[in-house]
Design a protein around this ligand. Structure first.
Ligand SMILES: [Zn+2]
Length: 151
């Protein structure tokens, strides 16, 4: 583990793994890694995290900041192709207990998305109950499809 990672931080612990599973490594660049959100009940919900422990945009290096726009653009295109969504939501809070590591939510919004879950209320698709989550193998398979669709 490098000095840039914080043990016990979810994103840092994944980053430190010798072999990161597909669901946690849809794609990575020099400074970022895209993962499928483990607790989403909406297929294709991605989080994009810096490869080092950062809790605010202001802490990002110039290089990391510059790289983010292109990566979000590529992921949005891939999500539209794979999920058929009509737009992609982008959100960043990093406020949940134990999840202060900066993470940008990249969320496909389908044409038939329920109106009561549009905008910030899309977070109703994140579930506390593990029984509601997609299985690891389902997430690995979807991650491979998104990766294959990346421009
Ligand atoms: Zn971290």
């Amino acid at each position: 583990m490098t000095a840039d990672l914080v043990p016990g931080c979810y994103s840092c612990d994944i980053q430190a793994m010798e072999r990161i599973p597909a669901r946690e490594d849809v794609v990575h660049t020099d400074h970022w890694r895209a993962a499928l959100a483990f607790n989403s009940t909406l297929p294709g919900w991605l989080v994009v995290v810096p490869a080092r422990h950062v809790t605010s945009y202001a802490e990002l290096s110039e290089e990391a900041a510059a790289e983010l726009g292109g990566l979000l653009h590529r992921l949005s295109r891939a999500l539209e192709e794979v999920t058929g969504c009509v737009k992609v939501y982008l959100m960043q809070f990093a406020e949940a207990e134990g999840y202060s590591h900066l993470h940008v939510h990249v969320v496909p919004r389908a044409a038939d998305h329920p109106p009561e879950a549009k905008g910030p209320r899309v977070f109703s698709f994140l579930a506390d109950d593990e029984a509601d989550w997609f299985t690891e193998s389902d997430r690995d398979a979807l991650a491979a499809r998104i990766r294959a669709a990346l421009p």
